[in-house]
Structures are given as structure tokens and as C-alpha cells.
Design a protein. Structure first.
Length: 163
């Protein structure tokens, strides 16, 4: 009799726990859409974009907040701009203004070296932070099967050295 009463209660509790897990597992389509429209991820398969979306963390920045410091040896992540504006400064001179779907921070991930620029929010901004290992796994490894970001990083290095 007691067992019969406990089964429905157990089902209710476990069902709620499983539903909570499902809720947390849902990836907002906006994040996948942002990654899909980021040029560095052109040609990346849908399952790899989903993997990136699951691993990414949204970061909000206020104007003047530093994301990256030129010369820094901390190479932990790349970021995709979701909204706002981000200025890229080399030796105090703005060389680029990044907006929605732009990628920043990938150069040091792909070509191990100190950070090549200061990256500062010039407006309230939201970014997706993608950790070093996840980024390299998707963009350079087996998940994407290509080297789109390596080409992009090489172009950026060339552009920066010409300035």
C-alpha cells in the first residue's frame, strides 16, 4: 500500500527534475542564428554551431569596459558580437569598430602570440564568449573540418601590419 502511494510521488518528483534538465538544455535560436551569420563560421555544420552555442557564455559590457588588452598573454577565449559596438585599438589608434556578427580575439587563439590590440566597448554591448578549446575544436578541428578562422586571422594580421 505504501509502495503504491510512493510511486506516483516519485514520478512527479522525477518528472519535474527531468523537465528542468530539458529546459536548461534548450539553446536559444537567437544564439545559433548569431553564430550562423558570423562570417568566420561560414560552412560550419549545424551540429557544430549547436555545440558552440551550448558552450558559449553571454557577456554584457558597458561603454569603456576592456575586453582584451594589447600585449596580454592571457589567451582564453574569442568573442562574437551579438549587439553593441566594440572598438579595436592598436597603440591607441582605433583600427576597427566591430558590430553584430563580428568575431574578435581569434588571432591569439589560432596563432599563439600576445594579444594584438586593445578591445574596448564603445556602447553597451552583448557578446558570446567562446572558450579557447571549444573554438579550436570547432573551427580548426574535426567538427567543422575547415580552417575558416585561420584564414580570417591571417587576413587580420596582414591588415594590422600594413597600418
Amino acid at each position: 500500500m505504501i509502495t503504491g502511494a510512493l510511486l506516483p510521488l516519485t514520478f512527479v518528483l522525477l518528472n519535474r527534475a527531468f523537465r528542468d534538465i530539458d529546459t536548461r538544455a534548450v539553446i536559444p535560436q537567437e544564439i545559433i542564428g548569431t553564430l550562423r551569420e558570423t562570417p568566420a563560421f561560414d560552412g560550419v555544420p549545424a551540429d557544430a554551431l549547436e555545440y558552440l552555442a551550448r558552450a558559449s557564455v553571454e557577456v554584457d559590457l558597458e561603454p569603456g569596459a576592456h575586453l582584451i588588452t594589447q600585449g596580454d598573454n592571457v589567451v582564453d577565449a574569442a568573442w562574437v558580437v551579438v549587439s553593441g559596438q566594440i572598438d579595436v585599438m592598436i597603440d591607441g589608434t582605433r583600427v576597427a569598430r566591430l558590430e553584430r556578427h563580428d568575431l574578435v580575439g581569434e588571432i591569439a587563439l589560432i596563432h599563439p602570440q600576445p594579444r594584438t590590440a586593445d578591445v574596448i566597448a564603445s556602447a553597451p554591448s552583448r557578446l558570446l564568449k567562446i572558450d579557447h578549446e571549444t573554438f579550436l575544436d570547432v573551427v580548426l578541428g574535426g567538427r567543422a573540418g575547415g580552417d575558416h578562422a585561420r584564414v580570417l586571422a591571417s587576413r587580420r594580421i596582414d591588415e594590422n601590419t600594413r597600418r
